[in-house]
Design a protein around this ligand. Structure first.
Ligand code: PMP
Length: 358
């Protein structure tokens, strides 16, 4: 059997393992922060119609610039943005990869603040970008002073912020984002994959785009829009950023089917986002219940909750929950576990199983 070591692998990829949560066939899957609700029937019917209208033309390449989809996404984000401020790709992961290819890469440095979304350093490695870690405070919060100090220390070409942060769930105050862009010489990316789930009063970075041409907000249809399988992510930024990303994007990267399905989904934004309130309700139920049991719980603006495992036994509790048919996520933070807020039934299954382990 040939092993990876027998291949002329790039040095920085040696010893790495591919990213990915276990895809186990378990009754209650609350480990990847998906939306637990299926796509509503009305939207499914519209998507089928939209697909039907593009299938016959699949002999042709799709709209390389995805202008119609970007126009719809810009209208959804609002703040006066147009399609020239928006770029779409196969998930926000691909968007972030394109940003690293454009603004970082060999000889350049990206700064992040872990624990945060673990794909950021992996995307850096994959694009030959050096990764430096500014780390978070002991309670996993991130202050403007800390961000500014680390940007001054490392002088990165690209900064990753994540709001609401995965895996902690808490949104960043907008002052932290502004302080980062004011200080950084390079690009500042704010990963807002979970923005739609924020607690009321939270303000997000698209409001700052007009002021800061080096600020990029990345978002996704994978979470609130319940379209993780559709693979649609996007960025909002100054139009020059969108122009710059064109230098690295693959031609026709976004299939005609993806574009059609995403546009049909956006035409049913209200129906698709109607699950968001229900999910936030279950999120708050998890937070309140676990705090009631005396477990430490991070404030959540997302569709998931980071909590301290009973007795600090994150590995044991993760396995015991799996034995009870509930799959959650061990994010590699000793003592902590992350659970996605599901339907009321899924959430009950999680809470009942956890209560048995207290
Ligand atoms: N950013 C964050 C913080 C995430 O948690 C995820 C999904 N796990 C993504 C981006 C990627 O989402 P997608 O590629 O599906 O848009």
């Amino acid at each position: 059997m040939t092993s990876l070591d027998d291949l002329p692998l790039r040095d920085e990829l040696r010893g790495m393992t591919p990213y990915g949560a276990p895809q186990l066939d378990v009754a209650v899957r609350l480990n990847t922060n998906e939306n637990s609700y299926p796509v509503p029937e009305a939207a499914v019917a519209e998507m089928e119609k939209a697909l039907g209208s593009v299938l016959r033309d699949l002999n042709r390449y799709p709209d390389r610039d995805a202008v119609a989809l970007r126009t719809d996404l810009a209208a959804y984000v609002g703040h006066g943005l147009t399609y020239r401020n928006v770029w779409a790709a196969n998930g926000s992961n691909e968007i972030q990869q394109q940003l690293l290819q454009t603004f970082a890469g060999p000889g350049r440095t990206a700064l992040g603040f872990t624990p945060s979304y673990s794909m950021h350093p992996l995307l850096a490695a994959g694009t030959g970008t050096a990764w430096v870690d500014g780390l978070r405070a002991g309670d996993y919060t991130l202050s403007a002073e800390h961000v500014v100090a680390k940007i001054r220390e490392y002088d990165p070409d690209l900064v990753f912020l994540c709001s609401p942060n995965n895996p902690t769930g808490t949104a960043l105050p907008l002052e932290v984002v502004a302080a980062a862009v004011e200080t950084a010489r390079g690009m500042v990316i704010v990963d807002e994959a979970y923005a739609e789930f924020a607690r009321s009063g939270t303000v997000f970075a698209p409001t700052l785009i007009e002021r800061y041409p080096r600020l990029v907000v990345t978002r996704t249809m994978s979470k609130a829009f319940a379209l993780a399988g559709g693979r649609v992510g996007y960025l909002a930024a100054d139009a020059a950023v969108v122009d710059a990303v064109q230098l690295v994007r693959l031609p026709y990267h976004l299939s005609a089917m993806t574009q059609a399905v995403a546009r049909a989904a956006l035409a049913h934004t209200d129906a698709l986002l109607s699950t968001v309130d229900a999910i936030k309700g279950q999120r708050d139920r998890i937070v309140d219940t676990l705090r009631g049991w005396g477990l430490p719980v991070a404030d959540s603006d997302a569709n998931f909750v980071l909590f301290g495992a009973p007795r600090g036994d994150s590995k044991g509790v993760w396995h015991a929950l799996l034995d009870r048919g509930v799959l959650i996520r061990d994010v590699g933070l000793p003592g902590w576990l992350r659970v996605t807020a599901g339907t009321p039934e899924e959430t009950s299954a999680f809470l009942n199983a956890l209560e048995e382990l207290l």
